[in-house]
Design a protein around this ligand. Structure first.
Ligand code: EPU
Length: 339
């Protein structure tokens, strides 16, 4: 276990916000995590679990302890002719795990290529892209209680997966550190190419295969989304709103260009990026806080923006979307701090 006092978080959040945590702890094994939380529980210090900080906005210094998993190891847990169950330590960088599965020819995670973050954060956020969601492949996960260090297994149905949502963002928020995630992957082709121009891109690369889908997804993401190493960002800042079919129909009548998708809940999902662009925000900036020039759902730190600057910009955006469309945009990014 590594324990650092007064730790700068600038390199631990992809917005590149300069702030400090009172304490920063890295746990390398499940046992270390259990031991830490047994003691931390007693001390009652405020604890926050971080991954790569790719979905976070710090608006002030963090007075407490930030814990990061460095639990590693990829294991083949079970297989038959059709499926394989692979487990991955929560501290593995997500995309290096996806790359490993694709090299093995296992199908299921290729659409989720090139998403920043650690594997342990994947079920918390139920990451999704290009028609796939992680929750579809997660069979179970193991976790350690942050209150007393006890171990618990969560089966898929206990994770409460929804659109960018899980039980770990709601009633169990902050209550568990995920140590290992178990994925059920296919050994045989079963591709998901229906989103946007994914099929077209995969065809251009020689036809659908897990390798080509991964390449196509990386190409599309690179062309649409900013690289956090160049301009700080946390991917989509807002969720795409899910509304009733009736309300979506009314909006579509008034704004025929609005992209509307069917949502598994029976509602309709609207493209928040389009709504924000139509309010005139695309590419705008206020000091060093800005809206990305080709994807309005992404807010960027052009240099020295504070978390509060980004937050204020997000509030302005929410206000204008509310005024024009009567819709409340919900933040996807988790805001930490005093605001
Ligand atoms: N659009 C605009 N203007 C914009 C942005 C988007 O008109 O500024 C339109 C696009 O032309 C398209 C529609 O909105 O018709 C959807 O855009 P896109 O395919 O880029 O996807 P998104 O809905 O904006 C979601 C996820 C992304 C994920 C992509 C691809 C959310 C909140 N975001 O974005 O996830 O990569 O789909 O599946 O669901 C993330 O969560 O951080 C993230 C990047």
């Amino acid at each position: 276990m590594l324990y650092i006092k007064s730790y700068s978080l600038k390199k631990n959040n992809t917005f590149g916000i300069d702030c400090t945590a009172d304490n920063f702890v890295i746990v390398h094994t499940e046992r270390e995590a259990a031991e830490f939380f047994r003691k931390a529980g007693r001390a009652k210090e405020e604890v926050f679990i971080i991954g790569e900080g790719s979905n976070l906005l710090f608006t002030s210094d963090f007075h407490g302890t930030i814990v990061r998993s460095a639990i590693r190891g990829i294991r083949n847990e079970w297989q038959d002719d059709e499926f394989v169950i692979i487990s991955a330590g929560s501290g593995i960088v997500w995309d290096s795990f996806v790359e490993w599965t694709v090299k093995k020819g296992y199908q299921g995670l290729e659409n989720l290529s090139f998403i920043p973050g650690l594997t342990g954060a994947v079920p918390v956020q139920n990451i999704g892209a290009y028609g796939a969601e992680a929750g579809e492949s997660v069979v179970r996960l193991s976790a350690v209680s942050t209150t007393d260090g006890t171990k618990r297994i969560f089966e898929n149905h206990e994770c409460g997966f929804g659109y960018r949502n899980s039980v770990f963002k709601n009633e169990l928020k902050g209550k568990y550190l995920i140590t290992r995630v178990f994925f059920r992957l296919r050994k045989n082709p079963h591709y998901n190419l229906d989103y946007g121009n994914l099929r077209e891109e995969a065809d251009r690369l020689g036809g659908p295969s897990v390798q080509n889908i991964r390449k196509a997804v990386i190409k599309i993401r690179r062309s649409r989304l900013p690289d956090p190493a160049v301009s700080g960002n946390a991917g989509s800042f807002f969720k795409n709103p899910v509304v009733s079919p009736v309300f979506a129909g009314e909006l579509k009548k008034a704004f025929p260009g609005l992209p509307v998708y069917n949502d598994p809940s029976g509602g309709r999902k609207l493209a928040a990026g389009w709504l924000i662009e139509q309010c005139g925000w695309k590419g705008r900036r206020s000091g060093d806080a800005g809206v990305h020039h080709s994807q309005s759902l992404v807010l960027v730190n052009h240099g020295n923006a504070t978390g509060a600057d980004i937050y204020r910009l997000s509030e302005e955006i929410r206000k204008s979307v509310k005024a024009k469309y009567g819709l409340d945009l919900e933040r996807e990014v988790e805001v930490l701090g005093l605001i």
